[in-house]
Design a protein around this ligand. Structure first.
Ligand code: MG
Ligand code: ZN
Length: 220
């Protein structure tokens, strides 16, 4: 068993990129958002443009990030994964610098993270997207299906947890899918089996039962 988990709106209670843009960016970021919503630019291009509009120094950025709360039960969920030797990777179409700051503040900076990379200095920031893929239906900076394919052997039992559009491409590959919000609506509309969740306590309970069944079967 191997778990991939989205960050914004899933581990973090809010979308941290949207929060940073709202607090620190030139208002032109909303024009880019509208162009993406109308389908004129990809999610990846939208985000590159928006990151370049972020103002404020590193301390101002950290102050915004330090207001972000994690979903209930996430720390316990990470502890369960460790206790059961189940690999957990955070795979996010957000920003590595933002995620590292937030996880670090909660003592969780040992988790592997795949995300877009913040580059440049304050007021001259840019975004690198080493995980983008031209054919990806999501058009995201991070193609999550490519990450899952690269990191997990195809015979591994794959668990995915997410909430949004950047999770659509990978959700169909999951053997066990936990979904909320847009991803849950997407899974319902395609009759994809999934568990809806509101916090990580319910995920840990469901996962522990599934893991127990798999371990018992393997022992027979
Ligand atoms: Mg999300
Ligand atoms: Zn993809």
């Amino acid at each position: 068993m191997r778990i991939f988990c989205d960050f914004d709106g899933t581990i973090a209670k809010v979308d941290t990129t949207d929060l940073v843009l709202t607090r620190l960016a030139d208002p032109a970021w909303e024009d880019l958002e509208a162009r993406w919503t109308r389908g004129e630019i990809t999610a990846a291009a939208c985000m590159r443009g928006q990151i370049a509009l972020i103002g404020g120094d590193e301390a101002a950025l950290d102050a915004v990030l330090d207001s972000v709360e994690l979903a209930d039960g996430f720390a316990e969920f990470v502890a369960w994964c460790q206790a059961n030797a189940v690999p957990l990777t955070v795979v996010s179409d957000g920003v590595d610098r933002f995620i590292a700051r937030i996880l670090g503040r909660h003592g969780l900076d040992h988790l592997p993270v795949v995300a877009n990379r913040l580059a440049g200095a304050a007021l001259a920031r840019s975004l690198e997207q080493p995980w983008s893929r031209a054919g990806c239906a999501a058009g995201s900076g991070v193609c999550k299906c490519q990450v899952a394919a690269a990191e997990a052997p195809s015979d591994d039992f794959m668990v995915f947890i997410g909430d949004g559009r950047s999770d659509f491409c990978v959700s169909g590959r999951a053997d066990l899918l936990f979904a909320r919000d847009k991803l849950a609506a997407y899974a319902r509309s395609r009759a994809m089996p999934h568990h809806e969740f509101s916090d990580f306590h319910t995920i840990t309970t469901t996962l522990a039962a599934a893991h127990g069944r798999r371990v018992r079967r393997a022992a027979i």
